[in-house]
Design a protein around this ligand. Structure first.
Ligand code: FES
Ligand SMILES: [Fe+2]
Length: 352
């Protein structure tokens, strides 16, 4: 059973025994992206898929985001099709049963004020906000992110950088998508900014800690790229990092020009996931005329969306059933992927 499933089932037990909870490799509150801050609808519940399971997300009376099972324990209706009351409780669309933070609220018409009915509590996933993202946590704790923070790059707090962001559903499992983002050779063959005549040079891997690692290499992109035209260099230095469970960094340095792509992924269904991305840049920023910066934003968004489409195209023809440890045809250029797989295995992380 995967860590996420174990974490999910231990939620109910932890409601009773929260004080006894201690971090361990099997109940770490890993953080997965739920939504960019401010993007969840405020007046209606939203359906959320996480690890092949249905949840619903909404804001309670104190505007706090609540995420719990989407399946009504009465007759199984999808609660995300229901409505939110002025008290911030959620009503099922089928027979109107009310839930407060996932706990059943008995009413006369629901005829379920027995002791058993009052005790009904839907499985809840904790949510925490960091770096402009609402994160879903795979285990319950009082202050979960104090222990396992999602990784944000230093560019996030650097006033010299400007960022754009977006999200997209990708039809492959989260493992394969993250590995694609750590794959240095596919750039030459899959991407329009790649250069088929160039392989990565000076490839160097270093472990950052037990949950993350970085590969640095030098690459010669094709002549039409931002690095060649704006950075005016013939080669760039690339830092490619993974941070468990699903965060990646691709930092491209061309002279003083730096472009950093940060991604994080939520496994949604078997063979499907949701990618959240943000691109930080220290160029095309005009402090006096925001219109210029907005043009830079639009151009970079167009480039990023094209890059993602190219990745989606190749991932559509990758066999997702190939085992992680198939011992054939590995090269030094696969080092980041292999280290990511190793780290994932060490922490028992796997999604299908
Ligand atoms: S199915 Fe939800 S109240 Fe009946
Ligand atoms: Fe790619």
């Amino acid at each position: 059973m995967s860590l996420l499933y174990q974490g999910f089932f231990c939620i109910i037990a932890a409601i009773v025994t929260a004080e006894a909870w201690q971090p361990s490799p099997t109940n770490i509150p890993w953080a997965f992206p739920l939504a960019f801050r401010g993007t969840l609808p405020t007046h209606r519940p939203t359906a959320v898929r996480f690890n092949d399971t249905s949840f619903t997300a909404y804001r309670d009376a104190s505007r706090r985001i609540v995420v719990h099972s989407d399946v009504c324990p009465h007759m199984g209706a999808r609660l995300s099709h229901g409505w939110i009351s002025c008290r911030g409780t959620l009503h099922c669309p089928y027979h109107g049963f009310e839930f407060d933070g996932g706990r059943f609220v008995p009413h006369v018409h629901t005829d379920a004020s027995s002791r058993k009915g009052k005790a009904v509590q839907l499985p809840v996933l904790p949510v925490a906000q960091r770096g402009g993202v609402e994160w879903l946590l795979s285990s319950p704790v009082d202050d979960p992110l104090a222990w396992m923070e999602p990784f944000l790059p230093p560019e996030h707090d650097d006033p010299g950088f400007r960022a754009i962001e977006g999200t997209v559903i990708v039809d492959t499992c989260a493992d394969r998508l993250v590995e694609n983002l750590l794959d240095m050779v596919h750039i030459s063959f899959v991407h329009s900014f790649g250069n088929v005549k160039s392989l990565p040079l000076h490839v160097h891997y270093e472990a950052l800690n037990s949950t993350s690692g970085r590969t640095t290499f030098v690459y010669t992109p094709n002549v039409n790229t931002i690095s060649r035209r704006l950075g005016r260099v013939t080669s760039v230095t690339v830092e490619n990092e993974f941070h468990l469970p699903t965060t990646t960094i691709t930092r491209v340095k061309a002279g003083t020009t730096v472009k950093t792509v940060w991604t994080t992924t939520r496994p949604t269904d078997r063979g499907r996931c949701q990618l959240f991305w943000r691109v930080y840049r220290n160029f095309w920023i005009d402090p006096h005329f925001t219109g210029s910066s907005a043009i830079g934003d639009a151009l970079l968004r167009w480039l990023m969306e094209r890059t993602i489409r190219e990745d989606q195209g190749i991932l559509a023809i990758v066999d997702p059933t190939q085992p992680d440890d198939a011992p054939v045809l590995r090269t030094i250029y696969d080092v980041t992927i292999l280290k990511y797989r190793q780290a994932r295995r060490r922490w028992g992380l796997h999604w299908s």
